[in-house]
Design a protein around this ligand. Sequence first.
Ligand code: APR
Length: 312
Amino acid sequence: MKNKVSIIGAGMTGSTTAHWLAEKEIADLVLVDIVEGMPQGKALDLQQAMPVVYKDVTIVGSNDYEATAGSDIVVITAGIPRKPGMSRDDLLTTNAKIVQKATTETLNLSPEAIIVVLTNPLDTMAYLAMKSGKLPPQRVIGQAGILDSARMRAFVSMELGVSVENVHCYVLGGHGDEMVPLSHISNVAGVPLDEILPPDRLEAIVERTRKGGGEIVSLLKTGSAYYAPAAAVTQMVEAILKNKQLIVPAAAYLQGEYGLNDIFFGVPVQIGRNGVEKIIEYQLNDAEREALKKSAGAVRETISALHSLIEI
Ligand code: APR
């Protein structure tokens, strides 16, 4: 039987995710959106691209959830994106209701599905999905760390003129401006970044990584990044469906790891057919530990705001 992946929210990120996934031919796809005709139109267009690229994938668009029944994975991208000057937390009030509905509706029809959350504010939306779906922590993963790390990898590769394949970066923490790029564990072909780059260049890259999403929002003016976020989701979906046991940074529910409890937070996780198979604990130095604490504080504030908005 073929795998089935449903993507809730067929906007920029949702439809780009469908595009990347279809090219991989690893699952049939369903796109759901509230805008009438839009998910159907995008699905049909993508379906008609399949003969050109020789991929046997069925893509369905819908305005209701029935079509998602029996999904192996549900990707939630529904919600509003940032406008210039907005933080991810500014999206909380609108997106919380959307994510809660998307979670409960899809789980009714796909009770075994693994949920991958992309809607911002990311860590808090993943927390909301897990709590409202009453899911075991393993089955909810937030996409942020692969994206933030990929931004850093792109900047390092551009700075040094080396292949992205040689650049390994690890950005942990919440998906906000307090995220924590690890410059010692990050490396180029095994050599730690802080031994390769002069401190001022490294600091500039770290800063640009932290503000990477905002830089794109300012340029686009009417939306936020979607190519790299969608590529990151695709990597996670593939790791789950192929049971790859892939280690990447992602938002997972912590129960004591890194000294944190009852919070979704970006940490290295091992991803396989069960979702989060394992949380990996890095040995961090004092400054990194302190930075993670600060980032966790910011996520906790948004989770508290969520509790005052919505009953979970
Ligand atoms: N059910 C289904 N779809 C919905 C709902 C809902 N209740 N509410 C909104 N949507 C849809 C919108 O109609 C839109 O097509 O979600 C889609 C979001 O797409 P975009 O506006 O293009 O936004 P996008 O860039 O894809 O970002 C979506 O992901 O990266 C995050 O911060 C970003 O939270 C934002 C989300």
